[in-house]
Design a protein around this ligand. Structure first.
Ligand code: IMP
Ligand code: MG
Length: 182
């Protein structure tokens, strides 16, 4: 893929949360999750942004005694930024049955909330018994849908953030830290 014209050298990306800060936060998040929903649940990670976070989270959950199942779903959000637009579709669905299960939806960042609202609605329609949401990051004050995350890694200011799975034009996902683009 072509790099965008304003692509910034990863070495110059400002670090907001270091790899170590993230690891420590994920460990306490896992503890919170197990204390709240127990050890038997299914994780539905939203691709592509959540794959790094999910991978670290499940290993922290193991440390805290959880035995989750893991599945992934890809949602596309064409027109999501447009006024009134809410065209979210399932590009790739989960394979597992969520009927009567405790479902933990995991995403990279909660901004407008439309993606998570859509994912939550689908899981509840399919009979999820308990539905919780966990995000690595939350940008406050940008909500367009009524949805709250039950577990939040870090609150971030209204800047464009990348790394740890989050991208700009599908770049920067590999950064081991969370950074802000200029
Ligand atoms: P929303 O909450 O439905 O508006 O969308 C959240 C999705 O937008 C996330 O899953 C990210 O993929 C993307 N997103 C929102 N803010 C940022 C950002 O600052 N950096 C990278 N991706 C972002
Ligand atoms: Mg996403």
């Amino acid at each position: 893929m072509q790099k965008p014209a304003d692509y910034q050298d990863p070495k110059t990306v400002e670090v907001m949360f270091s790899a170590q800060q993230i690891a420590e936060r994920i460990d306490s998040l896992a503890n919170e999750i197990v204390s709240t929903i127990g050890k038997d649940f299914i994780i539905v990670g939203l691709l592509r942004g959540s794959f790094v976070f999910t991978a670290d989270l499940i290993r922290a959950l193991h440390k805290h005694g959880a035995e989750p199942q893991i599945d992934f779903m890809t949602l596309s959000s064409y027109g999501i930024r447009k006024e009134g637009g809410n065209l979210i579709t399932i590009e790739r669905d989960i394979a597992d049955d969520v009927m009567d299960r405790t479902v933990l939806i995991v995403d990279d960042i909660l901004e407008s909330g439309r993606t998570l609202d859509y994912a939550r609605t689908i899981m509840l329609k399919r009979g999820a018994k308990i539905l919780k949401i966990c995000v690595l990051l939350e940008k406050p004050g940008k909500r367009r849908a009524e949805v709250e995350a039950n577990f939040v890694g870090f609150m971030v200011p209204d800047r464009f953030v990348v790394g740890f799975g989050l991208d700009y034009a599908n770049f920067y996902r590999e950064l081991p830290f969370i950074g802000a683009l200029d």
